[in-house]
Design a protein around this ligand. Structure first.
Ligand code: NDP
Length: 336
């Protein structure tokens, strides 16, 4: 039940996926404008942050089964345009970001009110959409689960990507020292510009030794592991005894093996991290939001907006992420 008049008509442009597969499954269609149910709001969507997880979900390769047909877009930002029944605390016309889960790639999208996040006044819509997934994940990985402390070294993989750039900034804000790995020199330049202390090409043949050397020959105490496959064993090899490896992603989409006795012998801790379930813990989500808000307010972290695409170019945006052509957070702007 809507409680306000809206400028939205009855139809809108949106992306529609009927079967899962390559990014070619993303089709631009004329779709009905969604109405917010009880507890939901509708946003006029100005920017959608595209994550590796969106690409995996559309390919049918994500952690959870993707129900079709659907409109992708798990994090987006815009202006509230209508309130569903029972929604309080936000108002029509307010700029917000949403971790709504799906539906962002359209001119209008509904979101549970509980999934909304405030947007600092100084942020563009693109910065607002670039923030939630990557910065909450970086915080949980470095602090909540990683327990990183000032002066420690952390290894950040895919360091020029959305999560990578967020992780470098949050790590530096926490006083950690960063070894950044990425696949090209241009990506390493970006990592350095954000404060990475040591940078390495991810195919450097000496990479394991160089990471260990960066941290005084003993290896790094903390690794944010996002590549998986054979690289997972390398991450263990780069980790100092008693170190922590936070498993956040599997960009290689290859299997990795763990030998429990190796963990035992070196007192290593391997911890999995999934943003979706951590955000369902109200205390953890609140703490992360408060700490990140402080970093935003002081300008210590600034969301890195990368390549930006029109709605009609969504398939190209997805393909560019998969082909490792992007840096920062890829943004799609549904109003153009
Ligand atoms: P990115 O913007 O970082 O893009 C993915 C990057 O992964 C690429 O740019 C590439 O960087 C790197 N990569 C390494 N190996 C491969 C490969 N074989 N194929 C493709 N890319 C590869 O994406 P996100 O920031 O969205 O995500 C980064 C990782 O973090 C992903 O694994 C994602 O699933 C994970 N993630 C997990 C979350 C969770 O809750 N567990 C939440 C957020 C992200 P390069 O070319 O430099 O190697």
């Amino acid at each position: 039940m809507m409680t306000t008049e809206s400028a939205a008509g009855t139809t809108m442009r949106g992306i529609w996926v009927e079967e899962l597969g390559t990014p070619d499954v993303l089709h631009l269609r004329e779709l009905p404008v969604p109405n917010p149910a009880a507890g939901e709001v509708r946003l006029k969507v100005e920017a959608v942050g595209i994550n590796f997880a969106d690409v995996l979900a559309a390919a049918g390769q994500y952690l959870t089964r993707t129900r079709v047909p659907y409109t992708p877009g798990m994090e987006f930002a815009g202006t509230i345009d209508a309130l569903g029944e029972g929604v309080t605390g936000v108002q029509v016309g307010q700029r917000v970001a949403s971790l709504g889960g799906r539906g962002g790639l359209a001119e209008y999208a509904v979101s549970p009110a509980a999934a909304l996040l405030p947007v600092p006044e100084s942020f563009s819509a693109a910065q607002a959409a670039a923030f939630p997934v990557s910065y909450f994940t970086a915080w949980f990985g470095l602090k909540t689960l990683g327990r990183g402390v000032e002066g420690e070294w952390v290894l950040v993989q895919a360091a020029a990507g959305a999560l990578g750039t967020a992780s470098i900034q949050v790590a530096k804000a926490l006083g950690l020292k960063v070894v950044a790995m990425a696949s090209t020199e241009a990506k390493l330049n970006l990592a350095r510009s954000l404060g990475a202390d040591v940078t390495l090409l991810q195919d450097d043949p000496e990479r394991v030794q160089k990471v260990r050397d960066a941290a005084g020959g003993r290896g790094v105490p903390l690794v944010l592991e996002v590549v998986g496959g054979p690289r997972f064993q390398e991450s263990l090899d780069m980790t100092a005894n008693q170190g922590r490896v936070i498993v956040i992603g599997n960009a290689s989409r290859e299997q990795a093996g763990v030998r429990p006795v190796e963990l035992m012998k070196r007192n290593l801790t391997v911890t999995g991290l999934w943003l979706t379930s951590l955000m369902q813990d109200p205390a953890l989500a609140r703490e992360a939001a408060q700490e990140l808000a402080k970093l935003l307010a002081t300008g210590t972290v600034v969301p890195q907006v990368g390549q930006t695409y029109a709605l009609a170019d969504s398939a190209r945006a997805f393909r560019d992420i998969m082909d490792r052509k992007t840096t920062g957070k890829v943004i799609i702007e549904p109003q153009r």
